[in-house]
Design a protein around this ligand. Sequence first.
Ligand SMILES: *Cc1c(COP(=O)(O)O)cnc(C)c1O
Length: 230
Amino acid sequence: MIQENIKLVEENIKKACEKVGRDVNEVTLIAVSKTKPYTAIEEALPTGVKDYGENKVQELCDKYEILPKDIKWHMIGHLQRNKVKYLVGKASLIHSVDSIRLAEQIEKEYAKADEIANILIEVNMAQEESKFGITSEETEQLVREIAKFPHIRIKGLMTIAPYTDNPESNRVYFRNMKKLSVDIENKNIDNVSMSVLSMGMTGDYQVAVEEGATLVRVGTGIFGERNYNI
Ligand SMILES: *Cc1c(COP(=O)(O)O)cnc(C)c1O
């Protein structure tokens, strides 16, 4: 089932790319494996999907230990400063940086290990109260501050759009996010790339791809519903 789901999602990504004339190689599928056992990832691996998303540091580290080392782990959930140290050498991209204090901690831990952290800035495009992330107005300033840290590379932006039954209603947020990234790219800030746009989940990834996503994060659509009670 997992493999069939991945094929379907990949097919949908391809169609979305064709619709707007994008090269399908610009888009990478992140299979969001949070709450799922490592065996679910083992089942997915033969499809060639190498990028997996987790929202808890402990779970990411546990799976990192067990599974093949060529997997790219994405930290997509809210990150507490005291957990940053566990991600060093394990997370290939941290999607959820939304404060200077968190960035300071990342700089400190990665400097200690003489490593570079690849990060995205999390933007709350729809300004939902329940969500983490900064406003689009605050983004350039935060990017400029974090760009000064020698052990951090900003690769782009991430957003979590509102939960909705109608993916079209999120198009405006994805479009504005793309605009924001182009605006910041055009400022040519040293040490900053805006090449990555992490946006789109099970309910809306096709629309996100049409609007320029380079990473889509699909969980339920691949691994099925999550059970938080176990
Ligand atoms: C859980 C999660 C996803 C995947 O959500 P689905 O709707 O199951 O595809 C994507 N991004 C983030 C940040 C998540 O926490």
